[in-house]
Design a protein around this ligand. Structure first.
Ligand SMILES: [Zn+2]
Length: 499
């Protein structure tokens, strides 16, 4: 007999501080954003958790993968109630149409929030449980930026998260989830999970830095311990204003509750002990950051505008950094590069010619709380567009549809405007308009960590700008209403590990 495994993915990181809600149309219009049934398995160009799950289940013909649905999108605002209902209906419908399943292997992000439901990952797990009942094993992969909740823990059989940031082990995490599930189905293991919340509200500095590497190496090393299935450390998504905010240590063991408790506790205590070392790198006011970058020797120097990181749910068109660029670019010895999505500008520029001078308002169209449009007079240097390479493999697709692209030049400043927001700090977006970003003096990257993948090998320096924006790494910039308090570092050092 063969085991029928339902496989699916609902993956979204929802930013509570971005004013525009995320609708079903946003998933539908995103390449591969909404895929129902068999087409989910017919995507050889993709490399995500489902790729890993299918790889594992295809090794053994006693497993029959059954496609449910895939809904994924780059990070953006909280999910609208209509979209939650539509995705729930699709998931329910697919489960009903699939017949009897023996298990489910599912990819969740873990930081998906609705405008009216705080924990959407828990919500979708509940939809699955309502259909398949309490006895069917459900193993989920997570992004390590999951804000893990009790509901996610209680409704799943086991959870396992990415072990790299930037995330380069997405496929492997899908494989691990599938292997955990296989062992459950074959009766080899009986997972028991303990999770320990840690009152930290900060975005980790990523793997490849200390002490994150030390912490990750510690729990990854536990894979070899007798009785351990998999442990995870989830630094959460700090831009989610939800009641179960905070980092989470997770230990999954083979029917050994005491061991799971001891490991989750040990990992959480170690994180808590080094919390001061985990604080984000210092950030400077945008003008100061640019001035500092201008004075540094060599090129390219990166100025990170992480508050406007599309990969953290920001729109990509906040203007704190643009206003500062207008004040400082002329002091730079070389090209200064920045990019913004701006459909209005690309539409206007499309009706004009390369070489013409144009006056218009740039960026600042999505959410004026984070800066108004900036008036510029510039020369149109290029009008192009189309698919650009996803240099950092941030989107899971080989290319990203930038739409129409326009390069505006003001002396040594180059503003590259695209019809669509572009996920990740992509050197390809500058190459598309004929600029080699590695030869520029300054490149503004809308990125907190991902720039290490695409610019790490060439950058001669990095300066972090603290501009207003919904992706800000400075949590003090936000008015949190629902998170548990106190939190470190928001409330100073008043929080304790065990509330
Ligand atoms: Zn993440």
């Amino acid at each position: 007999m063969s085991y029928r495994i339902g496989i699916g993915r609902i993956w979204h990181e929802s930013n509570s501080f971005f004013a525009i809600g995320t609708r079903l149309e946003d998933f539908e219009s995103y390449p591969g954003g909404l895929v129902v049934g068999q087409p989910l398995f017919n995507r050889p160009d993709r490399a995500d958790e489902i790729t890993g799950m299918l790889k594992v289940f295809s090794r053994d013909n006693q497993f029959e993968p059954v496609p449910l649905l895939g809904a994924s999108l780059e990070p953006s605002g909280a999910i609208t109630p209509d979209c939650v209902e539509a995705l729930s209906d699709l998931l329910r419908g697919q489960l009903q149409a699939s017949g009897d399943l023996d298990a489910i292997c599912f990819s969740l992000h873990g930081a998906m929030t609705g405008e009216t439901i705080a924990d959407l990952d828990g919500h979708f797990l509940q939809v699955m449980r309502d259909e398949v009942g309490p006895a069917i094993p459900i193993v989920c992969s997570l992004d390590c930026h999951a804000t893990v909740t009790q509901q996610m823990h209680q409704l799943s059989t086991a959870l396992t998260a990415y072990r790299t940031h930037p995330h380069t082990d997405v496929v492997e995490t899908g494989e691990r989830a599938a292997e955990i599930l296989m062992d459950v189905i074959s009766g080899k293991t009986k997972p028991v999970t303990c999770m320990q919340k840690i009152p930290l509200l900060l975005l980790d500095r990523g793997t490849g830095s200390s002490p994150i590497d030390r912490l990750f190496e510690k729990f990854i090393g536990w894979d070899d311990l007798e009785g351990v299935i998999a442990c995870s450390l989830c630094p959460a998504y700090p831009l989610q204003d939800v009641p179960q905010q905070g980092w989470t240590a997770i230990a999954v063991t083979d029917n050994d509750k005491a061991l799971a408790q001891r490991l989750a506790e040990e990992l959480a205590s170690e994180v808590w002990r080094v919390r001061h070392e985990l604080l984000p790198e210092p950030m400077l006011a945008p003008v100061t950051a640019l001035q500092k970058a201008i004075q540094m020797s060599g090129f390219p120097i990166l100025v990170t505008d992480s508050a406007d990181n599309v990969g953290a749910g920001a729109p990509g068109d906040t203007t704190g950094i643009l206003q500062a660029l207008m004040e400082t670019y002329h002091d730079a010895d070389g090209l200064v590069l920045a990019n913004f999505p701006d459909r209005q500008v690309t539409q206007i520029a499309e009706t004009r010619q390369v070489g013409e001078t144009i006056t218009l308002d740039v960026a600042g169209k999505s959410d004026i709380r984070y800066g108004h449009p900036v008036p510029v007079t510039a020369e149109i240097l290029a009008i192009t567009g189309g698919e650009i390479t996803d240099d950092g493999q941030f989107s899971g697709n080989p290319t990203i549809d930038a739409g129409v692209m326009v390069c505006l030049g003001i002396d040594n400043l180059r503003l590259v405007l695209s019809e669509h927001a572009i996920w990740g700090p992509q050197p390809s977006l500058f190459r598309q308009v004929g600029i080699n970003p590695f030869e520029a003096k300054i490149v503004v990257v809308k990125s907190g960590i991902g720039y290490k993948v695409t610019y790490g090998a060439v950058a001669k320096g990095v300066v972090h700008a603290d501009s207003p924006g919904p992706g800000s790494r400075n949590v003090a910039n936000f008015d949190f209403k629902h998170i548990p308090r106190p939190m470190f570092p928001l409330d100073g050092d008043t929080a304790t590990l065990h509330r």
